[in-house]
Design a protein around this ligand. Structure first.
Ligand code: HGY
Ligand code: MN
Ligand code: MN
Length: 426
């Protein structure tokens, strides 16, 4: 399936001097996979945690070893570019990137692969001393997942000047303040505005990412030309009841937050599975306090993750879940507080960039297809300020956010070659 050709092919697009180094790319992917790896083979590199800070430091060292310029911003993003030659000053920038942080017990490719490929593109262009129309700059966005500090897309929102009204002192789920952790990652909570790039300074953004689903693998396609990214709403819900003795408190006198939360969990599932108000709905975290076998819980905190490609459906689904929760709270005699962790709008990919990705894949002989993303990505945040394009490679078994997340080496290399060629043809 083709889209009308709109992207002019620059001479550099076919310049054989500029090439991905497959061994270097795969070695970096493997080395970074060891940072934060747990005993089960999963990666615990939650944003602004110790392993994430270490990965960020290693990326800085890697960029220095590659002879590139590297710097951090107040939000904890890491940026890499060729040493700025005077004759390139003011040249348009194509930003290439993804994120280094992971979910808890996550996979080795989600995010990190795209960062390593972006670094590879900058280094390949530098080594060839190529002269593309757009200067490639690589970025590792901070805290895309929001796995520990519940402000997902933190780094891309800061870099694009879209940080929502943040709590004065953001904290993680255990009440640890972000301020100190951000400082350890080279950031500064009081200077976040300085991380924002001037409007118009990003001519295009490209993100290479594993698909995290089964579509490409089942179709036998090697490259995904992403058409759009899902919208997403994440709520944190606190349910407070009355703690008590499990043995002496009569059932009819209880205000049990855990049984109320259990009704909420099933109501969330019903949103997508039953009434189909949104595409998917998930409760991924549920914490009981004080969590002792012979005490009726005092409180429960849970998260609600709603997704849909249509912002109106997403809004209706959020209204429906809020209504369902307040009915359950009333029936069960518990108190509710609902906080919005994030509301990210669905994003369309830029048509010309889709074409450029498709043409690059075709020229390299890789079968491709156009598909939407059910996962959220920094690209959807950057789409608020610049044209964006995304490239997928197949996920083995279609799994992600688990230790088994994997992609064939040949596909990892193919994705990076498509990223390079696409960046050069702008
Ligand atoms: O949750 C997501 O869709 C992404 O992995 N942040
Ligand atoms: Mn992810
Ligand atoms: Mn990701």
């Amino acid at each position: 399936m083709t889209i009308e050709l709109t992207t002019p092919v620059s001479p550099d697009a076919l310049d054989p001097r500029v090439a991905v180094d497959p061994a270097r790319l795969l070695d970096r992917v493997e080395r970074f996979a060891r940072i934060g790896r747990n005993a089960h083979g999963g990666i615990d590199r939650e944003g602004f945690g110790d392993a994430d800070v270490e990965a960020r430091a290693e990326l800085v060292r890697e960029a220095h070893r590659a002879g590139l310029d590297v710097w951090g911003d107040a939000a904890g993003n890491v940026l890499i570019r060729r040493p700025a030659a005077a004759d390139r000053a003011g040249r348009r920038v194509v930003l290439l990137g993804s994120h280094l942080d992971t979910v808890s017990n996550g996979g080795r490719l989600d995010g990190a692969y795209g960062v390593m490929a972006a670094l590879e593109v900058v280094q390949a262009v530098a080594e060839a001393d190529a002269d593309p129309s757009h200067e490639p700059v690589a970025v590792a966005f901070a805290n895309e997942e929001g796995a520990r500090f519940p402000q997902p897309f933190w780094g891309s929102k800061a870099l694009t000047g879209q940080l929502d009204d943040l709590p004065g002192e953001p904290e993680d789920n255990d009440g640890v303040p972000l301020r100190g952790q951000l400082a350890r990652a080279g950031g500064d909570l009081d200077a976040l505005d300085s991380a924002a790039w001037p409007p118009g300074s990003i001519s295009a953004y490209l993100e290479l990412h594993v698909e995290q689903g089964p579509v490409l693998e089942q179709a036998g396609d090697r490259i995904g030309v992403v058409s759009g990214i899902t919208g997403r709403t994440v709520l944190t819900v606190d349910v407070v009841g009355r703690a008590g003795h499990a043995g002496t408190t009569p059932m009819e006198l209880r205000s049990d937050p855990l049984t109320a939360a259990s009704r909420i969990v099933l109501a969330v599932e019903d949103l997508a599975r039953g009434s189909r108000l949104c595409r998917v709905a998930t409760v991924g975290r549920l914490q009981v306090r004080p969590s002792t076998p012979n005490t009726i819980p005092q409180g429960v905190q849970l998260t609600v993750d709603l997704r849909d490609g249509d912002p109106v459906r997403l809004e209706l689904a959020e209204d429906a879940v809020r209504n369902a929760m307040s009915v359950i709270a009333g029936e069960r005699g518990v108190e509710l507080t609902v906080a919005v962790d994030t509301r990210s709008q669905p994003a369309r990919m830029d048509e010309a960039l889709k074409q450029a990705v498709a043409d690059s894949a075709t020229e390299l002989g890789h079968p491709w297809q156009v598909l939407p993303s059910g996962a959220g990505h920094d690209a959807q945040i950057v789409s608020g300020v610049a044209p964006v394009g995304m490239i997928f490679v197949p996920s083995i078994g279609g799994v992600s956010h688990v230790p088994e997340e994997d992609t064939a080496d040949a596909d990892l290399v193919a994705g990076a070659e498509v990223l390079l060629r696409t960046a050069l043809r702008l």
